[in-house]
Design a protein around this ligand. Structure first.
Ligand code: C5P
Length: 220
């Protein structure tokens, strides 16, 4: 079946400390957005790609990624995702994938799609957590140490049956930080498959430095 991949790229990227939206930042000659779209196409999952960008950058983005449908996003990530869903046709499987994760390996896309095809209505890639985790109050006092064994750091692409993603977004409190969080709230079981360190999200200047090193390494 046909798969739609929605790429929300309408964030401002203020935590990166640059003067342009994150998806349009250059990584060794092409933008984060271009690298992300090519990553989806390389995954060979028979996908149509929908890219969601700030309204004033729709034309610019359409020129950068001519193979994708480009639409304007909203003030919150979930609004941007809904703008993508609205133009995503009738694909049975819909993936939502942050533009900010341009190094996500093909294997992760395929694992997510395979798990949806196997019958899971909502699927996320996750990694074990390496650091010790503590809950801290506003004054910096440690309240307790959290058992990290059952915890996973969740990445994208997150995969859904079309009906599950639409149902999840029909009831948006504005609090969920990912799409699976919306699905959980309405009682949909979410299944975790193995993520990958390369699917990390470029958020801070440190992440951007790692990203630029990775691009150079591949080019060498
Ligand atoms: O801010 P954060 O890094 O969590 O954003 C994750 C993804 O959601 C990014 O690719 C960002 O561009 C996108 N986003 C969006 N619309 C917003 C806010 C974020 O498409 N209003």
């Amino acid at each position: 079946p046909l798969t739609s991949v929605i790429i929300p790229a309408a964030g401002s990227g203020t935590r990166l400390g640059l003067d342009q939206p994150k998806a349009f930042v250059d990584l060794g000659g092409s933008t984060i957005l271009e690298r992300c779209v090519h990553g989806v196409l390389d995954a060979d999952i028979n996908a149509e790609v929908v890219v969601v960008v700030p309204a004033d950058l729709v034309e610019h983005a359409a020129a950068l990624v001519p193979s994708a449908v480009v639409v304007a996003g909203g003030a919150h990530r979930s609004e941007s995702v809904r703008a993508g869903i609205a133009v995503s046709g009738n694909a049975d499987i819909v993936l939502v994938h942050d533009a900010a994760r341009p190094f996500t390996p093909p294997r992760v896309f395929r694992a997510v799609v395979d798990a949806v095809l196997a019958g899971h209505r909502a699927v996320v890639p996750g990694l074990p957590v390496a650091d010790t985790l503590k809950r801290v109050d506003g004054s910096g006092r440690v309240l307790d140490t959290v058992d990290r064994e059952p915890l996973r750091a969740i990445q994208t692409p997150q995969g859904f049956t079309r009906d599950a993603l639409i149902a999840a977004h029909a009831d948006d409190s504005g609090l969920a930080t990912d799409d699976a969080g919306l699905a959980e709230r309405i009682g949909i079981d979410v299944h975790v498959v193995a993520g990958d360190p390369l699917a990390f999200k470029i958020t801070t200047p440190w992440d951007l430095r790692i990203a630029r090193d990775l691009v150079q390494e591949v080019a060498r």
